[in-house]
Design a protein around this ligand. Structure first.
Ligand code: FNR
Length: 182
């Protein structure tokens, strides 16, 4: 069974990106499983905290989930044409060494998707992630692209994807990523 871990980069309960990740779970196809994670509980990166207390529990728990996966799906919002600080902060923590644990990013397959209420659907933040993921030594998957624009009309008030075209694109994306991990 191929295991993908999806992380939403938004803390909002009504987040479009978390909703997009949730919608992807049943679409991943046979032979694969998509588990979801959030960034709740991850503190701001602080080198003094790291030195005195080591890796925070929430960061360690997320590292364990990433290490148990075959591939990582980042579902990113876009803030000011870049990656959200909350998401970058988590990735920064995750990039730090933890005694006894291997690097969670090096050679790990990573795919990026995102949703925004605007017209460009996170294209700038997805592009911004490229340089971060390159630095981390990930294997970036570019077999598909998904930028969900006009999120206000794509998602219903219950958070479900009500746009059939987006649903089809989402399924194609996650199935393509899963197939690349087999
Ligand atoms: C935004 N938003 C935004 N959207 C976008 O498409 N391009 C952008 O540059 C920005 N910039 C931006 C900055 C800040 C500080 C905030 C708070 C928001 C809007 C953003 O896409 C919107 O709030 C989404 O709903 C955020 O994603 P979630 O929380 O719905 O997943």
């Amino acid at each position: 069974m191929i295991k993908i871990l999806g992380i939403s980069g938004s803390l909002r309960a009504a987040s479009y990106n978390t909703a997009l990740l949730r919608a992807a779970v049943p679409l991943v196809g046979p032979g694969a499983q998509l588990d979801t994670a959030t960034l709740h509980g991850i503190p701001l990166y602080d080198g003094d905290l790291e030195q005195s207390e080591g890796t925070p529990a929430a960061v360690r728990a997320l590292k364990d989930k990433i290490l148990a996966s075959d591939g990582l799906l980042l579902v990113t919002p876009e803030y000011n044409n870049g990656v959200p600080g909350v998401f970058k902060n988590a990735i920064d923590w995750l990039s730090r060494p933890t005694p006894g644990l291997p690097d969670v990013f090096r050679d790990r397959p990573v795919a990026v998707i995102g949703a925004s209420p605007g017209g460009f659907g996170t294209i700038m933040s997805q592009t911004h992630w490229l340089q971060v993921l390159r630095t981390l030594g990930t294997r970036q998957w570019h077999g598909g692209r998904l930028m969900v624009s006009r999120a206000g009309s794509v998602f219903g008030t219950d958070g479900a994807v009500q746009d059939e075209k987006v649903l089809a694109q989402l399924g194609e994306f996650v199935q393509g990523f899963a197939a690349s991990l087999k």
